[in-house]
Write a protein that binds this ligand. Structure first.
Ligand code: AZC
Length: 839
């Protein structure tokens, strides 16, 4: 089928009508129209969900005008485009964000009020697409927002998991996982594009054949073929006309019904192929920073990467661009190693399907890719056994061998035959079985390699990727992470946003450096009072959420001390809980103790197979149970675990924090992004010199940051000289008491076995050095409590934190990617230009 050529004059609307207008009356009419014609309901029968859907479609109509125009301009201009490849996109609810970016939040709120509806209630109805685990997936979402806001042509490519990250419930203190059926009631934000489906091959074998010119080529004869169907979601930038595309792929069987099997009388067999094909994109693997060597996971990775690259080739052909210009048309970013197979797949497409020679194909490939590493944890380094790899991707293994052979030749040329070095650099790990090392493939196949904070990028060069750094130092760079102020301030903390805007105007929303201007108000009593009032209202809001979801009543005037993130030993939620136990014991020993009242709030999911992480949740819940019920303690200390942490539930949390817990073992947290969200919203940080904490502290000033603990060098040195955790335990009565209580069943109704694995780990190996950092942490927390009592001082510190966080906008990060890695420029979209076709 010939695709029609898009003409500028065919798209766009001439006048404000019900699909584009943004006046309150127009919005009301359009909303009721959608309720009737899309949901098939009239107000008397409509549910809250119907109203949500009607509003979502009303907003989507307004996005579509911009989306279609954006596509038209990119097509007309053949714009250089960023392709962000990520197995995870943790987008969060779309409606609120789209209202902000369209600049129609207030009008829509008024329209709903006039219709006797509450916009907040409708926003709450949206089921978020939880298509990611945590850090890396949420970063991808912030980056899409900034790319659109900066008018950079972008395609986000990923997987349309039918079930995203599990819903967490807490039963008797334990995490229980529930399937996330986010598509159950339909998804108004996506549009399926079956006309752009592609085929993806798996398994089978390769064979040589002669092409038309009599040249030998390789042909891949697969064992099975799966269809990839793209589902597109518009990603609108903030107050611009740019609406980019998030393109997620769903797997389907090429022929959903096997008539031969059916005619043989095998009805179930007839649908079998459909079922197995669709399993491919059924569920997101819920592991955060540990890879699982599962076949289905490799299938998912190859599936979406192949779909994405084939889609890019289709776009090139449609725009009549020669394939030799692939790297000029697309800058492809690999979000960690999950899409690293793209290096071999692009080679295969160019060599086998488009009959290019090796050298030009390899040059194009290397110029196309950039690779971002997100963790130094060894258990996250993906490697696939040769057996699995060759059975699933036989042609790719051949290509990887060839890449490896040529690469190691260059290594020999540069360093001579240093077999140790060659073994360490090889794409094939032969130490203990044979594996394909995906990080090595990504490094060799990319022209840039970056970490996500200064310390992390330095450590990559010194440790994990040292040999690669020595071989091609020019590839290495750093881009410190950032987060979008649209979702994480404007949408999450509207009161604070309004206060800032009333003082300095609203330029800060696009240029977060401008928020610095509020520094002049840091000591202004009137401004401080309003600042404090807003924080208190945000805390009252979270207090009511906590009461509603956990039954625990907390005092909004207490210090809100919050740690929200995935549960991981290196993030040390258990160090935080040791502080809780210490405070508890101090009050028990001295019932009249005048301490700063605190509310400790935890939230986060544990990987379902990560036993110690689940036990840490159980410990938090158990300590909470004892502390919260003890009449001696009263309002001086409360501990709460808020279930089911996700983007939606996190939005009210950051604005309500007084203290942000960023207490990972130094050298383990690549960057962190929650640390940024908290500080932007005026929380002070208690943290180690790890990840982006270091840069946050430099930005806000050491005097406005609570620092404690071992440095990365200390951790290394201590490990070398012999770390003996039990010595800290023996020498410190407070620490000993806390550990002994956990061990003796004080928090577990006398059950001594329950927490034994955790206690043994801490006293024996303590791989994350809690014992060494305990006393410095407790001392630092004491300082926090003291400072909190000086309200003016605290408020000033809080204001200065927000004021100095400009650097941590994802807009800054994306500008750096554009300059250092992608070499791509903005392409502004004018609605009028696309209409008349004269742009
Ligand atoms: C996370 C890092 O742990 C976190 O420090 C960082 O801020 C975030 O990425 C974004 O860069 N890593 C992951 O989510 N997952 C993996 C596999 O690293």
């Amino acid at each position: 089928i010939q695709e029609p050529q898009l003409q500028g004059q065919d798209v766009g609307m001439q006048c404000e009508d019900d699909r584009t207008g943004i006046g309150v009356e127009t919005l009301k009419r359009a909303f009721l129209d959608n309720l009737f014609y899309v949901q098939g309901k009239f107000p008397a029968l409509a549910t809250k969900h119907d109203y949500y859907m009607a509003l979502a479609y009303t907003v989507r109509d307004r996005l579509l005008q911009r989306w279609v125009n954006t596509a038209a301009i990119y097509t007309q201009e053949g714009s250089r485009t960023v392709a962000y490849l990520s197995a995870e996109f943790l987008m969060g609810p779309h409606l609120g964000n789209n209202l902000i970016n369209l600049g129609i939040y207030n009008q829509v709120q008024q329209a709903m009020t006039e219709l006797k509806l509450d916009l907040k209630e409708l926003l709450a109805k949206e089921e978020e697409p939880g298509l990611g685990n945590g850090g890396l997936g949420r970063l991808a979402a912030c980056y899409l927002d900034s790319l659109a806001s900066l008018e950079i042509p972008t395609l986000g490519y990923g997987i349309r998991y039918e079930f995203g990250i599990f819903d967490q419930i807490i039963r008797n203190g334990w995490q229980v996982e529930k399937t996330d059926k986010w598509l159950r009631y339909g998804n108004p934000w996506e549009i399926a594009r079956p006309e752009w489906a592609v085929s993806v091959k798996f398994g089978g074998r390769t064979e040589a054949h002669k092409n038309a010119q009599g040249r030998y080529q390789v042909r891949w004869v697969p064992h099975k073929v799966v269809l990839g169907i793209p589902y597109d979601t518009p990603i609108l930038g903030y107050k611009v006309n740019t609406a980019n595309t998030l393109r997620l792929w769903k797997a389907e069987a090429p022929e959903s019904f096997d008539f031969e099997a059916f005619n043989r009388g095998n009805y179930y067999g007839a649908v079998d192929q459909k079922v197995t094909s669709e399993n491919l994109t059924k569920v997101l693997y819920p592991n955060d920073e540990t890879y699982e060597g599962k076949q289905l996971r490799l299938e998912q990775q190859y599936f979406f990467v192949s779909c994405a690259l084939q889609d890019m080739l289709r776009i090139m052909l449609r725009q009549k661009l020669p394939l030799e210009q692939f790297h000029e048309k697309f800058a492809v970013q690999l979000n960690d190693t999950h899409p690293a197979i793209a290096v071999a797949e692009l080679m295969r497409l160019l060599l086998d399907e488009h009959e290019m020679d090796w050298e030009p194909a390899w040059e194009i490939t290397q110029k196309t890719f950039g690779y971002t590493n997100h963790t130094l944890l060894p258990e996250a380094l993906e490697k696939w056994s040769l057996k699995l790899f060759s059975s699933l991707l036989p042609r790719h293994l051949e290509i990887i061998y060839e890449i490896n052979w040529r690469f190691l030749e260059q290594v020999r040329h540069k360093f001579g035959t240093d077999e140790g070095r060659i073994g360490r650099l090889s794409l094939i790990d032969e130490n203990d079985g044979k594996f394909v090392r995906m990080a090595h493939l990504a490094c060799v196949g990319s022209h840039r390699i970056n970490g996500v904070a200064e310390l992390h990028s330095e450590l990559l060069k010194k440790t994990t990727l040292l040999d690669f750094y020595e071989f091609f130092p020019e590839k290495f760079t750093n881009v410190t992470n950032g987060v979008t102020p649209r979702r994480w301030i404007v949408l999450s903390n509207p009161k604070l946003a309004n206060l800032i805007t009333s003082c300095i105007g609203d330029s800060w929303i696009k240029h977060l450096e401008d928020v610095q201007q509020i520094e002049t108000f840091a000591q202004d009593p009137g401004f401080q009072k309003e600042w404090q009032q807003i924080k208190r209202e945000n805390k009252v809001n979270v207090a009511s959420i906590l009461l509603d979801r956990t039954g625990v009543k907390v005092d909004p005037d207490s210090l809100f001390d919050i740690q929200v993130k995935r549960i991981h030993q290196y993030k040390r939620q258990h160090l935080n809980i040791l502080h809780a136990i210490t405070l508890y014991n101090q009050i028990k020993q001295n019932p009249n103790l005048d301490i700063t009242p605190r509310t400790l709030i935890f939230a986060g999911k544990a990987a379902p197979g990560y036993y110690i992480a689940k036990l840490i949740i159980k410990l938090i819940d158990s300590v909470a149970d004892v502390v919260n019920k003890d009449p001696d303690i009263g309002d001086r200390l409360k501990v709460v675990f808020l279930p089911d942490y996700n983007v939606k539930n996190s939005q009210p949390i950051y604005p309500a924090a007084d203290l942000s817990e960023q207490i990972s073992t130094a050298g383990k947290e690549a960057s962190g992004t929650g640390n940024m969200k908290f500080a932007m919203n005026g929380a002070l940080t208690i943290g180690t010199l790890d990840g982006a904490n270091i840069e946050i502290r430099n930005a806000v000033g050491a005097e406005n940051f609570f620092l404690f603990g071992l440095t990365t060098e200390d951790v290394g040195a201590l490990r070398l000289t012999g770390y003996r955790p039990w010595e800290y335990y023996e020498a410190n009565p407070q620490l000993k008491q806390a550990i002994d209580q956990i061990a003796s069943g004080y928090f577990s109704h006398g059950d001594r076995r329950l927490f034994k694995p955790l206690v043994d780990l801490l006293l024996d190996k303590d791989p994350f050095m809690l014992m060494a950092d305990y006393q410095p942490y407790i001392d630092c927390q004491q300082q926090v409590s003291q400072t909190y009592r000086d309200r003016d001082r605290w408020l000033q510190m809080s204001i200065l934190n927000t004021a100095r966080m400009g650097k941590f906008s994802s807009d800054r990060a994306i500008r750096e990617y554009c300059q250092q890695i992608w070499k791509v420029k903005p392409v502004p979209v004018q609605l009028a230009a696309a209409k008349t076709g004269d742009g």
